[in-house]
Design a protein around this ligand. Structure first.
Ligand SMILES: Cc1ncc(COP(=O)(O)O)c(C=O)c1O
Length: 389
C-alpha cells in the first residue's frame, strides 16, 4: 500500500485528497450530537466526489441542477434519495425526472410558477409527487408566507401533488445560536399558523441550518456545546413531524486536504513570498477575506530551523491571489509541498477555475487502505478557446 509521501512524490500538485474515513467519522459525530430522530440530507454542491461513500451514510441527497443529477444517476445512486431543489428547474429536466421509471424522492417548489410546472408534469404523467414548499428567508429563494398559503388552500387535496413539507434555508456558516433560534422559532410559528388557519399539518420540516465548518481559531470554538444548544432548539419546536437537516459544509469540509507545491520564493521590500502552483481559483475558505485569517496548513516533511512569516500566493495574474498572509513556516524553497486542511467542502467547486486556463487539480479518494484517483488533472484551455478542438 502506498503512503501519502509516495503519492505526493508520484503525483503532480495541485491535488485534492478526500479521506472517506474522516467523512464517515464526521457523520457519526454529527449524528451522535444531534437529536436521535433527525434525518440528514447532504447538499451535494458541497462536494460531488464523495457521493458514492456518502450516499449510504445519509437519508437524502439534495440536487440543484441537471448536472448534479447526471452525476448521481451516473453513479447509480438510489433516486428515492434525491430531493430536486434549486431556483431554476428546467421544464425538460423536470419532465424527464417525473416520467422516469426511477422517480426522485421529492421536489422543492421555490415559486408559484415552479409549483405549477411540477404539478402539471405530475398530472400529465399521472404520477403523484411529494413536494416541499420552500419558505423564503427574504431573498430570491423560496416563497413568502402568503404564496405558500395560497398553494395550501388550493392544492392540499390534489391528486398529483402531496404537500409533504416545508423547506427553509437562509445561509451558510452560521456560528450564532441566537440566529438559529430566531430561524427555528420563525419556521415553527409558521407551521403552527398553517395548522390553526387551515387544519393542515406538514409531515416534514427540511431545514438547512448552515452549520459551520471551523477553518480558523479552532481552539475558540466548542462544537459539542454548539451542537447541544442547536439540538435543544430543535427539541423545543412545537412541530412534531420529521425533521431533516440539509447540510453540506459541516459534513464535508474536514475530509479534504489540498496539496500545492512551492514554485518560487522571494523577498520583496522586506516581505517573504512563496508562490505555489495552486491558487484562489482552486481553494476557498469561507470568511477568508484578504487572506487575513490563518487556516490549518502543514508543510510536508517539515525541517528544523527558524520559522519566518510567509505570504503564500497562487499562480494567477492578480494581486488578490493570496492564500494566506504572514503565516509562520520554516524557510520555504521550491518543491516544498503545503497541505491546506479542511478543504472538503466547496473549495474545488467554488473557485474561479477557468481563470488563466490552468489545469483543474487532480482528485484522489483515500479509504484508509488505498488511494484512488477519481479525476486526473484536467486541461481547461479547451473550455476557454474560440476554436473547436
Ligand atoms: C438550499 C440549500 N440547502 C443546503 C445548503 C448547504 O449549506 P451548508 O453547506 O452551509 O450546510 C445550501 C447551500 O448553499 C443550500 O442552498
Amino acid at each position: 500500500m502506498k503512503n501519502l509521501n509516495q503519492i505526493l512524490l508520484e503525483e503532480k500538485t495541485p491535488m485534492y485528497i478526500f479521506d472517506l474515513r474522516i467523512l464517515e467519522d464526521r457523520i457519526k459525530y454529527l449524528r451522535s450530537h444531534l437529536p436521535e430522530n433527525i434525518e440528514l440530507c447532504y447538499a451535494i454542491k458541497a462536494n460531488t466526489f464523495i457521493l458514492e461513500s456518502i450516499s449510504g451514510l445519509v437519508e437524502r441527497l439534495e440536487i440543484c441542477s441537471p448536472g448534479e443529477y447526471r452525476i448521481c444517476s451516473y453513479l447509480n445512486l438510489p433516486s428515492k434519495q434525491f430531493v430536486i431543489s434549486g431556483v431554476n428547474k428546467e421544464k425538460g429536466f423536470i419532465e424527464e425526472l417525473i416520467s422516469s421509471e426511477q422517480p426522485a424522492g421529492c421536489y422543492t417548489a421555490e415559486s408559484a410558477a415552479q409549483f405549477e410546472m411540477l404539478r402539471c408534469s405530475a398530472a400529465g404523467n399521472k404520477k403523484r409527487i411529494d413536494i416541499l414548499l420552500r419558505l423564503t428567508s427574504g431573498n430570491q429563494f423560496g416563497m413568502d408566507e402568503g404564496e405558500i398559503e395560497n398553494i395550501i388552500k388550493k392544492y392540499r387535496d390534489d391528486l398529483y401533488v402531496n404537500l409533504k413539507g416545508l423547506q427553509y434555508f437562509s445561509g451558510t456558516q452560521k456560528t450564532s445560536l441566537k440566529k438559529l433560534s430566531r430561524e427555528i422559532k420563525y419556521a415553527d410559528a409558521f407551521i403552527e399558523k398553517i395548522k390553526i388557519k387551515y387544519g393542515f399539518d406538514f409531515e416534514e420540516f427540511e431545514f438547512g441550518p448552515g452549520l459551520p465548518a471551523v477553518y480558523f481559531d479552532k481552539a475558540e470554538y466548542d462544537e459539542k456545546a454548539f451542537l447541544k444548544g442547536f439540538s435543544e432548539l430543535l427539541g423545543s419546536m412545537g412541530f412534531g413531524g420529521k425533521i431533516t437537516l440539509e447540510l453540506g459544509r459541516s459534513i464535508a469540509a474536514c475530509c479534504g486536504t489540498y496539496f500545492t507545491q512551492v514554485v518560487d520564493t522571494k523577498c520583496n521590500c522586506g516581505e517573504n513570498y512563496a508562490l505555489v502552483d495552486g491558487g484562489m481559483h482552486q481553494i476557498v475558505y469561507y470568511g477568508q477575506f484578504m487572506a487575513m485569517k490563518k487556516p490549518e496548513i502543514h508543510l510536508i516533511d517539515p525541517r528544523q530551523g527558524e520559522c519566518k512569516e510567509w505570504n503564500i500566493c497562487g499562480s494567477l495574474c492578480t494581486a488578490n491571489d493570496i492564500l494566506v498572509k504572514k503565516i509562520s513556516l520554516p524557510d520555504l524553497k521550491a518543491g516544498d509541498i503545503l497541505a491546506f486542511c479542511d478543504t472538503g467542502a466547496y473549495s474545488m467547486t467554488e473557485g474561479i477555475s477557468l481563470f488563466l486556463s490552468r489545469d483543474l487539480p487532480k482528485i484522489i479518494l483515500f479509504d484508509g487502505r488505498k488511494y484512488t484517483t477519481v479525476r486526473q488533472r484536467f486541461d481547461t484551455y479547451i473550455l476557454n478557446t474560440p476554436k473547436n478542438y
